[in-house]
Design a protein around this ligand. Structure first.
Ligand SMILES: Cc1cc2nc3c(=O)[nH]c(=O)nc-3n(C[C@H](O)[C@H](O)[C@H](O)COP(=O)(O)OP(=O)(O)OC[C@H]3O[C@@H](n4cnc5c(N)ncnc54)[C@H](O)[C@@H]3O)c2cc1C
Length: 341
């Protein structure tokens, strides 16, 4: 196990892999894939590792997707962007705002790559990636074929998409197509944004979002973490009524006709788990939804803490939290239900 993975993922755990290959072109991708096939090794695609928990050493090769490139086409009503998967998401948002193409500002400062932003359908402050997606470009590694999927075929949902469910080790997102309408409709519905005085300008909204995030979330460069560890759970309106009778302060948000989303961070805080620590893995003092590496955490400690939280929430609220983060085992993704059981 030659390669330490600490600097390739934001949790910064002491895990290793057999090999790490940087992919900067489609030729690199095809070469690396053939090499891995010949060696009969498991393969893992990695962007910036800001949504990945390595649960143990990875017994194979990691391809770091560093494909770069951005094309902008101006249309009458919108800008059409084609962005390579290895571009950094926040730098893209910053660039669009600088260039007067407003729209992505609520998604500022979300770490990670453009490719993973599509896979994860990232979201923040009432806005999701899917609202701007025109298409996703993939390569089928087995056939060597490019495929362009329109957004309507990507099955985007809350922190979910078709790409999370495709055959592992076969499909690579190589780029995305975005549509940024020229008519700008700022989204100020999220609590902390409502006090912004209107009319607001895109740069001010971008700056506000960045300031809120810097104040609220631990910087992975200083304190290892991968953002929200769990998704905000979806529950039925019937379950909500039951919970509200016991916890009238429970924060919840509309989701669909039948379901509402409740704040996982609130549930964890309510269970008295803020600051809870197992070894060097801890629940962040300010943000209960974020698990942090205080310095020398091991994957086992992070998993033990995640399991403990899962059990406590289940016991107290009869809600089964689902991880938002991708759990990676020795040869591929792990089943979260089995890991947390
Ligand atoms: C401090 C902090 C704050 C965060 N805040 C938010 C937030 O507000 N909203 C939000 O939605 N997320 C948030 N996240 C989570 C994270 O930033 C996003 O999920 C991001 O999209 C992950 O990008 P990445 O490149 O680091 O993904 P990685 O962790 O590298 O990869 C994630 C998954 O995608 C797969 N993958 C990566 N690239 C490709 C590709 N090109 N093709 C196919 N599969 C690929 C990987 O195999 C892995 O399974 C936060 C994380 C941190 C650390």
């Amino acid at each position: 196990m030659n390669h330490c993975l600490r600097r390739y993922h934001t949790f910064a755990l002491p895990v290793r892999a057999r090999q790490v290959i940087t992919v900067e072109s489609l030729e690199d991708l095809s070469r690396a894939y053939q090499q891995v096939q010949r060696a009969k090794q498991p393969l893992l695609l990695l962007g910036e590792g800001s949504n990945t928990l390595f649960c143990e050493d990875f017994q194979g090769t990691i391809l770091l997707i560093r494909l770069k490139g951005l094309q902008v086409e101006e249309r009458a009503e919108a800008w059409h962007l084609r962005v390579a998967a290895g571009e950094n998401w926040h730098q893209l948002v910053d660039y669009t705002i600088q260039q007067g193409m407003a729209g992505l500002e609520n998604l500022a400062l979300i770490p990670g790559s453009v490719g993973a932003a599509a896979l994860q359908n990232i979201g923040a402050y009432g806005v999701e990636f899917k609202q701007f997606c025109r298409y996703v470009d993939l390569i089928d590694l087995q056939q060597g074929q490019p495929v362009r999927l329109p957004a309507s075929a990507c099955q985007f949902a809350y922190r979910d998409s078709l790409f999370k469910h495709l055959e592992h080790q076969r499909w690579v997102i190589v780029g995305v197509g975005l549509n940024i309408p020229k008519a700008w409709h700022p989204c100020l519905t999220y609590g902390e944004l409502t006090p912004l005085s209107t009319p607001v300008v895109p740069q001010a909204l971008f700056n506000t979002i960045c300031a809120i995030r810097r104040a609220k979330l631990p910087d992975p460069l200083l304190l290892g973490n991968a953002g929200s560890f769990f998704k905000n759970p979806l529950i039925t309106k019937h379950q909500l009524q039951d919970l509200l009778s016991r916890y009238p302060d429970l924060p919840y948000y509309p989701h669909s006709q039948r379901q509402v989303k409740v704040a996982a961070g609130w549930l964890i805080e309510q269970s008295g788990l803020k600051g809870c620590r197992i070894g060097d893995a801890a629940v962040h003092q300010q943000q209960a939804l974020v698990l942090v590496n205080l310095g020398h955490a091991t994957p086992q400690q992070v998993l033990a803490l995640a399991k403990h939280i899962h059990q406590q929430i289940k016991q107290q609220f009869a809600i089964s939290l689902e991880p938002e983060i991708c759990l990676m085992g020795a040869t591929g993704p792990l089943n979260p239900a089995e890991v947390l059981a």
